[in-house]
Design a protein around this ligand. Structure first.
Ligand code: ATP
Length: 133
């Protein structure tokens, strides 16, 4: 069976490179499912979990947004941040979530509000990935 070679790369370096049978991820337009022999594609990804599937297992990676590029069974995910479940510090994510929630409750300007909203999304996404591991 044909497979996909998947690399997840962040500004801090590579997080994962391995072969999988399917990649599911989220773009602004909705869910994307990539199987072998997919047509070439570049799409922006939102703060979400990337799911990497192969016989009997699904690996979830929390990403803080980025891009997916698909070309000739090679999938590259360029992410602002990316963590596998085992690398997620739950306490840190909980604290980030509380901090963001506090900031969202306080009256602030639009920029701070948007920053807090994204921080909250990143924290919830990390906690979700740990929970579903
Ligand atoms: P924090 O406020 O806790 O720094 P953040 O969402 O602002 O969270 P990011 O800017 O998304 O953090 O990420 C900065 C770096 O810290 C990245 O390398 C990311 O992988 C890492 N990181 C952030 N939160 C966690 C976490 N809970 N567990 C493990 N690594 C994390």
């Amino acid at each position: 069976m044909k497979t996909l070679t998947v690399s997840v790369v962040t500004p801090d370096g590579p997080i994962l490179e391995d072969t999988f049978e399917m990649v599911s991820c989220k773009s602004e337009d909705g869910e994307l499912g990539i199987l072998p022999n997919h047509i070439p594609l570049v799409a922006p990804l939102i703060i979400s979990a990337v799911r990497l599937k192969r016989a009997g297992e699904t690996i979830r990676v929390a990403i803080g947004g980025g891009f997916i590029e698909v070309n000739e069974n090679k999938v590259t995910i360029l992410a602002q941040s990316a963590e596998k479940p085992g690398d997620i510090d739950v306490q840190r994510a909980r604290k980030a979530k509380e901090r963001a929630e506090r900031r969202l409750k306080a009256k602030q300007d639009d920029i701070d509000f948007r920053r807090a909203e994204y921080a909250l999304k990143r924290a919830i996404n990390r906690l979700d990935v740990v929970e579903k591991r």
